[in-house]
Design a protein around this ligand. Structure first.
Ligand SMILES: [Zn+2]
Length: 68
């Protein structure tokens, strides 16, 4: 008589506590005066406009094309 080994384990399949990690709803940018709402998936406290990362984008773009 063979029993299904899987049924002997008896471990109930637990649902994951959280499928998606979210960061709360209704948050707004931490920058003073900025009321931009942040995505619940946005981990940063600031909106994309106030992300520090923007600075290197703002700095002079180097043209890859050589001036003719
Ligand atoms: Zn902002």
């Amino acid at each position: 008589m063979m029993e299904d080994p899987l049924s002997l384990r008896g471990a109930p399949v637990r649902p994951l506590p959280r499928a998606n990690r979210t960061w709360g709803t209704g948050r707004v940018c931490a920058e003073e005066g900025c009321t931009t709402k942040l995505s619940i998936y946005n981990k940063s406290p600031r909106c994309w406009q106030h992300e520090p990362v923007r600075y290197y984008l703002v700095r002079g773009k180097r043209r890859s094309k050589k001036a003719a």
